[in-house]
Design a protein around this ligand. Structure first.
Ligand code: ADP
Ligand code: MG
Length: 341
């Protein structure tokens, strides 16, 4: 027998597209803080984020009257209509569904005071229902607290990994944004202990030092490349000496127009540039900005906006590899360039 799913079930399934694990919640909340022009973003999680996630910023804030809209479905202050989407999105968020999706599968609190307002307001949502809304005293900016993720979706809760594993994903996301936005002071705390804190003074290398430590920061070389003929307007950042490597790709950070993305093609291109200087199961550290015409990259292919699609992926990969190779060659860190495939 075919039957319609009830609304609550539909909501939870849809939420699962956006909210897969604590790290996906953290990603959405940190993106919102960056979009809100924050100069400080403090992330603190408990039990790998499975029990509690808090993201506090000093951004523009949300007017009390808009709090309910902020957690409503498809409600955003960032794009007006489809034409804005076609023209390319300048903010990290645009779907207006993250807070809604998070609220559907957790106990969510949004507390905010807009810049210049004399007081703030707080909205509490549990399992998709607004359970409280009241004025509160709080500093300017926004604090979002997410407790008991998936408490009402046991099947999903069951799939969460060990706390240490969930935390490693959270750490990768927050590290990524800390490195993407060296002008924002980003900190991460796990179970009351600070994992890292960047100063937010705008210097990439000092952000790398805060996040990955002094030794890694000392072993990074600058990458710079522009190419009038290629699809990328510019590629730049820092990549590590070949001997400063790890067994996972997690440390190859790629930002496409400021957005931290998986972008496998770009990551592969970075790794390829090392040629034989890296064993096949080892990966460098990289912090790489890729600037492209927003009209030539589609960020709307993945619900969590992790993968992006480039109009000219091969050309893009070639440019990235060339830029990284030149940087490594200039420092004498590789001898010759890898054969072109
Ligand atoms: P999106 O980011 O795609 O617009 P979200 O569900 O993540 O959708 O957020 C909905 C809206 O709530 C945003 O468009 C923004 O207006 C507001 N908002 C969310 N988080 C913040 C924040 N930290 N600071 C200011 N405004 C926020
Ligand atoms: Mg958002």
């Amino acid at each position: 027998m075919i039957h319609r799913l009830d609304d609550a079930t539909v909501e939870r399934i849809a939420a699962g597209e956006v909210v897969e694990r604590p790290a996906s919640v953290v990603k959405e909340l940190v993106e919102n803080s960056v979009d809100a022009d924050a100069s400080r973003v403090e992330v603190s999680v408990e039990a790998g984020g499975t029990e509690r996630i808090e993201v506090r910023d000093d951004g523009v804030g949300i007017p009390a009257d808009d709090l309910e809209l902020a957690v409503a479905e498809h409600a955003t202050s960032k794009i007006g209509d489809i034409d804005d989407l076609e023209a390319g999105v300048g903010t990290l968020g645009f779907r207006g569904e993250a807070l809604h999706a998070i609220g559907a599968v957790s106990r969510l609190t949004v507390r905010s005071r807009p810049r210049g307002a004399d007081r703030g307001a707080e909205l509490r949502v549990a399992g998709g229902e607004v359970v409280a809304r009241e004025p509160v005293g709080c500093p300017e900016g926004t604090t979002v607290v997410v407790e008991d993720l998936f408490y009402n979706v046991p099947a999903r809760r069951k799939y969460l990994k060990a706390e240490a594993t969930e935390f490693s994903h959270v750490n990768a996301v927050v590290s990524g944004y800390a490195l993407a936005s060296p002008g924002v002071a980003v900190s991460l705390t796990h179970d009351g202990r600070e994992t890292f804190a960047t100063e937010g003074r705008g210097d990439r290398r000092s952000a790398v030092m805060s996040v990955y430590g002094r030794e890694v920061a000392a072993n990074m070389v600058p990458v710079e490349g522009t190419d009038e003929d290629g699809p990328l307007a510019a590629v730049g950042g820092l990549v590590s000496h070949p001997e400063t490597n790890r067994a996972t790709r997690d440390y190859v950070n790629v930002f496409v127009n400021g957005r931290w993305v998986t972008a496998s093609a770009v990551r592969d291109a970075v790794v390829e540039a090392y040629g034989r200087q890296l064993a096949s199961d080892r990966y460098p550290f990289a912090v790489l900005d890729v600037e492209v015409d927003p009209a030539t990259v589609d960020v709307n292919v993945h619900p969590r906006k992790l993968e992006v699609r480039f109009a000219d992926e091969d050309g893009m990969a070639r440019q990235v590899r060339d830029a990284v190779e030149s940087a490594l060659l200039a420092e004498g860190l590789i001898r010759t360039t890898a054969p072109r495939g």
